[in-house]
Design a binder for this molecule. Structure first.
Ligand code: HCA
Ligand code: CU
Length: 444
């Protein structure tokens, strides 16, 4: 028996249901990177990070998927239990087919809730399981009534898989039979066909028809709409949204947790952010990327790439004021650095800045312009793995005879510089050299 029942919990305005360890494990990225699965240790670390971040609902596979999944349930539960005193209770939900074997295995493993699903669209009914709508409703109801009777503490969700290709009348026909015995209805966009307009319509229709049942969303990214659809659903009053770290999942994946929370922040939906440790967003993305053996993807809003500047025009402006090309308060999501990359697109301003402020050379603008012209030509011939910064320094020293000012040993690792920057109220930025350019670290 769990030590804490869902009935004692007051759900927040937005509850993330993280499914990195279920939907996320279906990501082909694991195969692309020759990893194939998360190790038990990976799962423990992901669970710990999610709980510390403030996530209260974590979805896992039904334990009968494999012996390994069953063993991992216990390891994950141990991490959850360890953190109860510090962070309160986190609910572990099992993703189960509407099938007694899955339900039984989940209950045996100690699940706090069941996320039941069965296809309701015509395609899904024809090619997945062959049951008609009334049969789906009858079987689900009998299973759910059984669970309710014998395990009243469990939190129960029912989802019509492929809900956005299920006619509204068909979905209602099934959901009408279950509305009095579930806690939530899911409405998964299984193949990513939804648009903000269809999400708006569907959420309003479900809210109106089932005012006492909470709604949960799960949006796939086949059209690149998983983020905007989740945002729209939340705006329309959906309280539970399934997300994964970095948005990984089957095919193009689903909504990224930090992308959703970041956008709610920008839209000033502050009540929806209750209890989430937003400054932990970039660190949790880095942890996840590391598990996948890749970098935080550039399409993830909470990424360092979103603070990296390559074009000369941008670099010059960013040195003067970062707000010119940095519109959003990403520092509040843990991205406290900006990168300015030295390369073929760099202008003389950044070359001057780098050589003078970072490397300690004394040089005038005319020399900086000449060095920049040489550098820009030669950098095209840089061998893979060689650093543009080293090439630039070599040109300055060998061909222009520049010498850096002597920095005593104890200060070598701390080249500090103050710059005026309207984006940072403290106006203090630390610039450090980096193999491919400059990293600006704001001290906040
Ligand atoms: C799956 C399908 C699913 C289920 C979502 C849900 C989907 O991979 O099992 O049960 O809410 O996208 O429909 O992920
Ligand atoms: Cu899915």
């Amino acid at each position: 028996m769990p030590t804490f029942a869902f009935r004692q919990y007051h759900p927040r305005p937005l509850e993330i249901i993280d499914t990195t360890l279920r939907e996320g494990q279906q990501s082909s990225l694991l195969h692309d990177h020759h990893k194939y699965f998360f190790t038990t240790q990976d799962k423990e670390e992901i669970t710990r990070a999610l709980i510390l971040y403030g996530v209260k609902f974590i979805e896992l596979f039904a334990p009968n998927v494999s012996a390994q999944e069953a063993a991992d349930w216990q390891a994950i539960k141990a991490v959850r239990d360890e953190l109860i005193l510090q962070k309160g209770y986190t609910f572990l939900l099992a993703h189960v087919r509407c099938h007694p074997a899955d339900v039984e295995a989940a209950i045996q493993a100690g699940a706090d809730g069941l996320n039941m699903y069965i296809g309701t669209s015509e395609i899904s009914r024809s090619y997945n399981h062959g049951q008609g709508l009334d049969e789906i409703a009858r079987r689900a109801r009998s299973l759910i009534e059984d669970v309710r009777r014998n395990h009243p503490h469990l939190v129960l969700r029912f989802s019509g898989e492929d809900a956005f290709r299920t006619r509204e009348a068909d979905l209602f026909r099934v959901y009408d039979q279950l509305a009095d015995c579930v806690d939530r209805f899911g409405t998964p966009d299984t193949v990513g066909v939804a648009t903000p307009a269809t999400v708006n319509h569907r959420v309003h229709a479900l809210r109106e028809r089932y005012p006492h049942v909470a709604l949960e969303g799960h949006f796939h990214d086949d059209r690149g709409f998983s983020l905007i659809n989740a945002l729209e659903a939340v705006r329309c009053g959906m309280q539970y949204v399934q997300t994964t770290l970095l948005g990984i999942g089957e095919r193009s994946g689903i909504t990224s947790m930090t992308a959703l929370l970041f956008n709610l922040f920008i839209d000033r939906e502050y009540d929806k952010l209750e209890g989430y440790h937003l400054r932990g967003s970039y660190p949790i993305n880095v942890m996840m990327a590391d598990k996948l053996r890749k970098l935080v993807p550039s399409k993830e809003p909470v990424s360092l790439t979103n603070r990296t500047h390559s074009a000369g025009v941008h670099q010059k402006a960013v040195i003067n004021s970062s707000t010119t090309y940095e519109a959003h308060p990403l520092d509040q999501f843990g991205v406290t650095e900006s990168e300015v990359l030295l390369g073929p697109l760099s202008g003389w301003n950044i070359v001057h800045y780098f050589l003078r402020e970072i490397c300690g050379f004394t040089l005038d603008e005319v020399t900086a312009k000449a060095i920049a012209a040489d550098f820009k030509q030669r950098v095209y011939r840089l061998a893979p793995g060689d650093s543009p910064a080293s090439m630039l320094i070599a040109i300055a020293e060998k061909e222009y005879g520049l010498k850096p000012i002597h920095v005593p040993e104890q200060f070598r690792n701390a080249v500090e510089q103050n710059m005026t920057d309207s984006a940072t109220s403290s106006s203090e930025i630390r610039a450090v050299p980096h193999a491919s350019g400059v990293i600006l670290r704001s001290k906040r």
